[in-house]
Design a protein around this ligand. Structure first.
Ligand SMILES: Nc1ncnc2c1ncn2[C@@H]1O[C@H](COP(=O)(O)OP(=O)(O)O)[C@@H](O)[C@H]1O
Ligand SMILES: [Mg+2]
Length: 246
């Protein structure tokens, strides 16, 4: 069986710095792969080379058997990979419905002129969120009034609604309170059960062990090792993050 995502020999140089060297891994459908590593290890740079934000200096990425490398972030998204960045990329002044359709707005024609179909987008947003077990008290309120967990849920709902087959999350729980962190972790489980592949970036050990089918540890831009949660321990993962050779 070919993996859903195949990352092969990725390297990224920024000026004189080699931020990422020879990173290779696979993600299967319905599998959560955690990229773990200390600050500056190269985690965000790796996912930006997958999502089309950075062109790799060397290496390539295949998704569902076709080459992703060289495509724009929009093209990668259309191919079925949704990336949820740490700073979220929601439009704070818009309601959840408009955020769900951001960049893909639905319009209807009135007297031949296109208008945003806000009620339709809002209804769909409420429905998608309800299917994820999230109730938004006022669907017409701008998302800036929502909690961090609800905002994260909208970003995840966007991935579900557009039927992403791979969801990449860069530190999704870093800015959240404990109950909201639990909500996001439960959403990850639901995505997995729908067969969606997940790449989760985290340096929170309980999250890593709760979510991961496989843990890939990056240290100073290289893969320090790969483990299944059942065959390793907090101590070993921390040692690998610190760059101990195995
Ligand atoms: N756009 C950039 N220009 C120059 N250096 C960068 C850029 N992005 C990241 N880096 C450097 O690459 C290294 C890895 O960064 P990053 O991928 O953000 O790490 P992580 O997400 O694991 O904290 C760091 O040394 C960082 O300073
Ligand atoms: Mg980062």
């Amino acid at each position: 069986m070919t993996a859903l995502l195949q990352v092969r020999g990725l390297k990224k140089r920024f000026g004189g710095i080699e931020a990422v060297s020879n990173v290779t891994f696979d993600v299967n459908a319905g599998e959560c792969v955690v990229l773990a590593g200390d600050n500056g290890a190269g985690k965000s740079t790796v996912i930006k080379m997958i999502s089309g934000v950075h062109a790799p200096t060397e290496g390539n990425v295949q998704f569902d058997g076709s080459l992703l490398t060289g495509r724009s972030p929009e093209a990668v998204r259309s191919a079925g990979i949704e990336t949820i960045y740490q700073d979220l990329a929601l439009a704070d002044n818009l309601d959840p419905g408009l955020n769900l359709y951001l960049g893909r707005e639905r319009t209807r024609r009135v007297c031949g002129l296109p208008f945003l179909d806000r009620p339709e987008m809002r209804r769909n947003a409420v429905e998608v969120l309800r299917n994820l077990g999230i109730v938004i008290p006022d669907p017409s309120a701008p998302v800036r009034e929502l909690s961090g967990g609800q905002r994260q849920a909208i970003a995840i709902a966007r991935a579900v609604h557009w039927q992403a087959r791979l969801v990449i999350m860069d530190e999704p729980t870093a800015a959240l309170g404990v109950p909201e962190q639990r909500e996001v972790m439960a959403l990850i489980d639901r995505l997995k059960s729908k067969g969606v592949g997940i790449i989760l970036i985290s340096h929170n050990l309980p999250d890593i062990f709760a979510a991961a089918d496989r843990i890939i540890v990056l240290a100073r831009g290289v893969v320090a090792g790969e483990r299944r949660p059942a065959e390793t321990s907090d101590e070993e993962i921390v040692r690998m993050m610190m760059g101990a050779t195995l």
